[in-house]
Design a protein around this ligand. Structure first.
Ligand code: NAP
Length: 485
C-alpha cells in the first residue's frame, strides 16, 4: 500500500482545520491483517484545543435559527449519499463488514442526519398557567453546551451520525473520539461535514489514546455532556467519573438479547429473520440476538431451518461479491468467541454447524470465525449469559411462557428482545413483561431514526433516535414572570 493511501486520513479535525501529529496509530484491515491507514495518536493537548474550539463556537452556533443549522445538516447528508460507494468501501476495509451492509450503514447514517435536521426545528417549549393573576410561566429548551461524543467500532459511521446530528441540531458543539480500530470512516464523514462550510469549531474530532482523551473530556468543565456507545465496563467507568461534575450522560452499552419463538409462530419467517439479525455484522451488534429460546414443541424444526440457512452463508472479506459474513474486528474477538464455544461444548452443547476459526489458506491473517449454531445449550453455560459479539447462535429449549420470561429477564442487561408469536394476548404479556428498552415482535429491525433506541438496566441510560434523542442534548429552563402593572 502506498504512503499516500496509508496517510489519506492521517489527521484530526480541530477548529475546522486538519491537524496531523508525528505519533500515529496503525489501522488494520481485519480481513487480511494488513495495515491500511495511519491516524494521529492525539492526547490531552489536542483534546484541550478541540474543547476550546467547541466552546468558542458554541454561543454563535446555539443562537443560529434551527433552520440554518438544518441547512448544514441536510447538505452534510447529501454529500454522504453522493459519496456512499467510496465511504462504504472505506468502512468495509477497516471494519470488515460486507460491502452491502456498509452501503446500508452509510445510507442509514445520511437518513439519520436528515431526520434530525428537521427535528431540530421542533425543540418546542411550553407555556404553563401561573398560580397568581399576573404570573406567567414558560419553559425553554436550550442546548446543553459542548458535548463529548465517544463511539465504538461496530457501526462506526452510524454511531457518528446518531450522536453528531442530534447534538448539532439541538445547538450543541461537539468533540468526537472514534474507536481506534475504525477512525478513518469518522474522519472521512467529518471531511464531508467541513465541506458544507459549517462554522469553525462547531464539530471537532480527535483520534488517539482513549483513556487520556476520555479523561480530558470528563475533567473539563466546559464539556457539559458525554454521550458514549461501547462496553458496559467502560460505560460504568465514565459514569463514575462524570459524577464529579454531574455531567449530563447518555450511555448505549452492551446487551444480551433473547429471541423467543413460540409454537404458533411462522417458523420459516422466524428462522429467516433470526439468521439475518444474528449474523449481521458478523454477530457484532449490540442489539444482536444472543440466545435463541425455542419452545420444545418446535425447537427441532426451528433449529433445522436455522442450520440450513446458516450453512449457506458466504464468509470472506467484505469486499468480495456475495460475501454475507465478514471477519470479526480482531483476533482477540475470535479468541473470546472460541473460548465461549469451547466452554459450552465442555458442558454438553452440540455444534450443528461451524464452531471453528478460519485461519488457513485464503483466510490467513484475517480474523474469521465460521457461522455457528449450538444445540443442547443450557442456562448454566456462560454463552447464555455473556454478550457473545460473534457469529454464534446458541439454542435453548423452553416449555412455558412464565419460565422463558423469567429466563430472558435474568440478566443484568436490558437492551433488546425479540418475540415470534401470532397470539395477541401473548404479544402483550411478553412486550409488557420483558425488561428491555426495545421489544420487536415478529421482526428484528429496531434501528430507525424516528424511534427511541436504547436500553435499561446495565445496557445504559438515555436514547438515540426520535424526539427523545434530541432531548439528550437539551436542558429545560423554566422562567416565571410577574407582569408589571
Ligand atoms: P469499548 O471498548 O467500550 O470502546 C468504545 C469506545 O470507548 C471506543 O472509542 C474506545 O476507544 C473508547 N474507550 C475505551 N476506554 C475508554 C476510556 N477509559 N475512556 C474513554 N473512552 C474509552 O467498546 P467496544 O468493544 O469498542 O464496543 C463494543 C461494545 O459496544 C459492545 O458491548 C456493544 O454491545 C456496545 N454497543 C452498544 C450499542 C448500543 O446502542 N447500546 C451500540 C453499539 C455497540 P478505543 O477504541 O480507542 O479504545
Amino acid at each position: 500500500m502506498t504512503n499516500d493511501r496509508l496517510d489519506a486520513w492521517n489527521y484530526c479535525w480541530i477548529n475546522g482545520e486538519k491537524h496531523t501529529l508525528p505519533q500515529i496509530i496503525h489501522v488494520i484491515n481485519p480481513a487480511t491483517g494488513e495495515t491500511i491507514g495511519r491516524v494521529p495518536r492525539g492526547g490531552a493537548a489536542e483534546t484541550e484545543r478541540a474543547i476550546e474550539a467547541a466552546s468558542q463556537a458554541f454561543p454563535k452556533w446555539s443562537k443560529l435559527p434551527a433552520k440554518a443549522r438544518a441547512g448544514y445538516l441536510l447538505d452534510w447528508a447529501d454529500r454522504i449519499s453522493r459519496d456512499r460507494q467510496a465511504l462504504a468501501e472505506l468502512l468495509t476495509m477497516e471494519q470488515g463488514k460486507p460491502l452491502a451492509e456498509a452501503l446500508d450503514e452509510i445510507e442509514g447514517s445520511a437518513d439519520f442526519i436528515r431526520w434530525y435536521a428537521e427535528e431540530g426545528k421542533r425543540a418546542y417549549g411550553e407555556i404553563i398557567p401561573g398560580s397568581r393573576e399576573k404570573q406567567r410561566i414558560s419553559v425553554l429548551r436550550q442546548p446543553v453546551g459542548v458535548a463529548g461524543l465517544i463511539t465504538p467500532w461496530n457501526y462506526p459511521a452510524a454511531m457518528v451520525a446518531r450522536k453528531v446530528s442530534p447534538a448539532l441540531a439541538a445547538g450543541c458543539s461537539v468533540v468526537l473520539k472514534p474507536a481506534r480500530q475504525t477512525p478513518q470512516i469518522a474522519i472521512a464523514l467529518f471531511a464531508h461535514l467541513m465541506e458544507t462550510g459549517i462554522p469553525r469549531g462547531v464539530a471537532n474530532l480527535v483520534t488517539g489514546d482513549a483513556g487520556v482523551i476520555g479523561e480530558a473530556l470528563l475533567s473539563d468543565r466546559r464539556v457539559r455532556k458525554i454521550s458514549f456507545t461501547g462496553s458496559t465496563e467502560v460505560g460504568k467507568q465514565l459514569m463514575r467519573r462524570a459524577a464529579d461534575q454531574v455531567k449530563r450522560l447518555s450511555l448505549e452499552l452492551g446487551g444480551n438479547a433473547p429471541v423467543i419463538v413460540f409454537p404458533d409462530a411462522d417458523l420459516d419467517e422466524a428462522a429467516e429473520k433470526i439468521v439475518s439479525n444474528k449474523f449481521e455484522n458478523g454477530g457484532q451488534m449490540c442489539n444482536g440476538i444472543n440466545v435463541i429460546y425455542a419452545h420444545q414443541e418446535v425447537a427441532d424444526l426451528l433449529t433445522e431451518k436455522i442450520v440450513s440457512r446458516v450453512r449457506e452463508l458466504q464468509i470472506g472479506p467484505g469486499t468480495e461479491p456475495g460475501v454475507q459474513v465478514g471477519p470479526l474486528i480482531d483476533m482477540a474477538a475470535v479468541q473470546k468467541v472460541e473460548e465461549l464455544v469451547k466452554a459450552a461444548r465442555e458442558k454438553g452443547a452440540r455444534v450443528l454447524t461451524g464452531g471453528y476459526r478460519l485461519a488457513a489458506g485464503e483466510r490467513q491473517g484475517g480474523s474469521f470465525f465460521a457461522p455457528t449454531v449450538l444445540a443442547h445449550v443450557t442456562r448454566e453455560m456462560s454463552i447464555a449469559h455473556e454478550e457473545i459479539f460473534g457469529p454464534v447462535a446458541p439454542v435453548i429449549r423452553f416449555s412455558g411462557e412464565e419460565e422463558v420470561l423469567r429466563w430472558a429477564n435474568d440478566t443484568p442487561y436490558g437492551l433488546a428482545a425479540y418475540v415470534f408469536t401470532r397470539d395477541l394476548g401473548r404479544v402483550y404479556r411478553m412486550s409488557e413483561g420483558l425488561e428491555f428498552g426495545m421489544v420487536a415482535v415478529n421482526g428484528t429491525s429496531l434501528s430507525v431514526p424516528q424511534a427511541p433506541f436504547g436500553g435499561i438496566k446495565e445496557s445504559g441510560t438515555g436514547r438515540e433516535g426520535g424526539r427523545h434523542g434530541l432531548d439528550e442534548y437539551l436542558e429545560t429552563k423554566y422562567v416565571t414572570m410577574m407582569l408589571p402593572d
